[in-house]
Structures are given as C-alpha cells and as structure tokens.
Design a protein around this ligand. Structure first.
Ligand code: 2YP
Length: 262
C-alpha cells in the first residue's frame, strides 16, 4: 500500500500549493486523485483469480479501479485526524465494488456503472448531482457483457454466471438517468460541477451504459478529466477540456456527475 503511506506527503504538498485560504475545505477526492497521477494503466486487474475476491491494487489501475481506490481512500480517511488505515480502506472498497457490499461470486461485482452508482446512492456514500441539477434524461441500454462473452471469460466458462448476468442486465436495462448531453457541456463546465466530482461518460455503444470515467478537475477555469488513459497508458489530467474529449469521441454522448457523500 505504498500509495497510502506516501499519500500524506503528496497531499501536504498539493494543499500548500493550492489552498487560497486557511478556511478552504479539504478536498479529499481531488487530493487522492492527484496522488495517482502517472500510475500505470492496468488491464483487467480484477479478473486475474479464479474465485472472486477483493483485489487491492493501487500500483496499476483502469478508469474504474482508479475511481474506486480514490473514493475508498477518501471515505476511509478520518476527517479529524486525517489518518487512513488499511482495514477501513478495504471495508469501503468492498462496499463500493460489490452489490450491497457483499462479495458472492463474479456477478456480485458491480460491472455496469449504472448499478455501481445506484448502489453507492442507496448505501448513502454517493450523491447523484446530475439528478438534481440537469433536466435531461436518457435510457440506459444494458446487454453488452452477455453479447460479448468472448471478452468476459468468467461468463464464457460458466453457464451459471451467464444466466445470472442476463438477469442482472434485464433488471438494469431501460434505467432512466439524468445526464448532461455533450452539446450542452461547455469547456468551463457548470458552476455546480466541483473538482473531485466523479464523471461518468454515457455512450451510444449498443448495450453499454458508460464508456469511461474519471475525476473532475478545474484547471485555470477549464473543466478537465483526471483519468486512467488507455491512450497514454497511465493516470493523467486530460490536456484538453472534458467537453473537447467528448467532441472527439463520436460514441460518447454526455456525462453524469456523481459526488462522494461523507
Ligand atoms: C468495467 O468496464 C467492467 C467490469 O467488469 C470491471 O466491461 C464492463 C461492462 N465492466 O470490473 C471494471 C473494472 O476493471 O471495468 C469499464 C470499462 O472501462 C475501461 C476498463 C477503461 O476505460 O479503463 C466500465 O465500463 C467503465 O466504462 C466501461 C468500459 N467497458 C467497456 O468499454 C466494455
């Protein structure tokens, strides 16, 4: 857990560089996200073992595991003492990654971000900001995994997993969510999007709800994305605005904004 032990030094540096006033609230999500910059991108790090078990890996991350680690660190950190212990971290990671916080096989993992977000809102540690702030809605189509079983060996090799996943997809399919359509997003973002918020990018890819995710970061008035990039194979802050990232990707349709609730 070298990320956790070196976290305080990095946070202190970043805070002293950015705090404009003594009274400024500590932004755990942003500070923890920044501590991951340059971490290598890791492919399918949660799918390595036969039995489903909690994978702790802060040495390489994908877009989802970056956000999960940052969120677990931020929730686990004691606001008074700023201490972070490994037990609290693993407890939060389990609550974030698994349906109702229970590890019970491959299909208990929250594979679709629509359910990942709903689970966090239900458990009380996430807030759906776009549901409050944006009037625009979209229906999520969810069938990607069972339509691409060759990409998911745990579904290909187990009829039981495949059946369970079909049921999970059927229950999620058609879920209506609030989002910001990409044409309405501006380079600056909106005043209600804060650095440290979780950004989930909706997609027109058939059967898929979310195509990518990361952490919002205001850089000199521009809304950018701190994310695990498959282009540069590491965690980085986007060089262009989030708006521009969406403009360049035809299948990305908009964003959901989700906030840690602590
Ligand atoms: C998720 O994919 C996986 C989970 O199985 C996995 O593929 C799906 C539907 N879910 O537990 C989790 C962590 O590895 O990743 C993500 C994937 O994004 C990749 C990994 C990335 O950009 O780094 C989530 O669903 C977030 O966006 C999509 C994207 N999946 C595909 O594009 C198929």
């Amino acid at each position: 857990m070298n990320k956790i032990t070196t976290f305080f030094a990095i946070s202190a540096l970043f805070l002293s560089a950015t705090a404009s006033a003594q009274t400024q609230a500590r932004n755990e999500m942003l500070l923890n996200a920044v501590s991951f910059i340059n971490t290598p991108y890791g492919v399918k790090t949660l799918d390595m073992s036969n039995e489903e078990q909690l994978v702790l890996n802060t040495d390489e991350v994908d877009c989802v595991t970056l956000v999960e680690n940052v969120l677990a660190m931020s929730l686990a950190e004691n606001s008074q003492t700023l201490q972070l212990n490994e037990q609290d971290f693993t407890r939060w990671l389990t609550k974030i990654r698994y349906r109702n916080g229970v590890i019970d096989g491959y299909t208990s993992r929250l594979h679709y971000m629509t359910e990942w977000i709903a689970n966090g809102v239900k458990q009380g540690f996430l807030e759906d900001v776009t549901a409050v702030q944006s009037p625009y809605t979209a229906k999520m189509n969810i069938s990607y995994m069972t339509n691409h079983v060759s990409d998911y060996p745990k579904l290909q090799l187990s009829a039981d997993n495949l059946n369970k996943m079909k049921q999970i997809e059927a229950a999620l399919d058609g879920t209506e969510v609030h989002y910001i359509p990409k044409d309405y997003l501006t380079d600056e973002g909106f005043f209600w999007i804060r650095s440290g918020d979780i950004i989930a990018i909706t997609t027109s890819t058939p059967g898929l709800d979310i195509a990518h995710m990361g952490i919002a970061m205001n850089v000199d008035g521009t809304l950018t994305l701190l994310h695990a990039s498959t282009t540069d194979m590491k965690v980085e802050v986007s060089k262009v605005s989030l708006k521009e990232m969406l403009r360049r990707n035809k299948s990305w349709t908009g964003v959901r904004v989700i906030r840690m609730k602590k």
